[in-house]
Design a protein around this ligand. Structure first.
Ligand code: TIU
Length: 225
């Protein structure tokens, strides 16, 4: 297969011109604290099964990307152990009994280096795959992601991960404003809330694809296999 070729694949609002060699797989925040039973997400009362259904499809997509030698980038949401990069507004938001930096079920909540902050074993990064540690919801803000993508000649992103309406949507919008074409496979992104899953995807593809394209991972796998 010639990865520099362009393959039109099924998507909404219209087909996506997939050029594998120019397309990075950007996996957003598949962290233990968001996805694992007993983690921070579940502690807040969320149904982690809504996110866990994305693990299988992400594994298949990641395996296909790796097999073709294409660019894979992972992100993690979290903060410095001294919390110097945690805005006070983010720390106190929610008036929860436990907040970011406090000791949770898997170590200090959303603090780099703690077990709950790390990526789930099913999708663990290879040493060659950049891991972007981001203090915000978007993958571009206060990170070196844009430079890494530009230096590799990447112009397209397949964006997967959690959660659809929060970090995935924010990152897609940031990428779109920086000139990247984003394809979001609906089976590879998850929300704790089914209604936000649906609306989060509809907002991306509305108005002629105002932020990007939405499709299914099988359309990508059909090209890569
Ligand atoms: N990664 C990400 O989406 N962070 C969140 O805090 N998401 C929620 O839905 N809360």
């Amino acid at each position: 297969m010639d990865t520099s070729r362009t393959f039109p694949i099924a998507a909404e609002p219209y087909e996506f011109e997939f050029t594998p060699a120019k397309c990075a797989l950007l996996i957003i925040d598949m962290q233990r604290d968001f996805l694992e039973p007993g983690g921070f997400g579940e502690m807040l009362g969320n149904d982690v099964s809504q996110l866990r259904r994305t693990i299988g499809p992400n594994r298949l997509l990641l395996a296909a990307w790796r097999a073709r030698g294409l660019a894979v980038i992972h992100t993690r949401e979290g903060h410095r152990p001294d919390l110097g990069d945690l805005p006070p507004a983010k720390k106190i938001r929610g008036r929860s009994a436990s907040c970011i930096g406090d000791t949770g079920p898997m170590g200090r909540i959303l603090v780099r280096g703690e077990p709950g902050h790390d990526i789930i074993p099913e999708l663990y990064p290879l040493p060659s795959e950049p891991v972007i540690d981001k203090p915000g919801k978007g993958a571009f803000w206060a990170t070196d992601l844009h430079a890494i993508l530009q230096n590799r000649g990447i112009t397209q992103l397949v964006v997967t991960g959690v959660t659809t309406e929060v970090c995935v949507n924010t990152s897609v919008r940031e990428a779109n404003d920086r000139g990247f074409d984003c394809f979001v496979p609906s089976d590879c992104v998850g929300s704790y809330f089914p209604e936000f899953q649906e609306m989060g995807l509809r907002m991306i593809k509305a108005q002629g694809g105002i932020f990007g394209w939405v499709g299914h991972s099988t359309a990508l796998l059909d090209v890569l296999q």
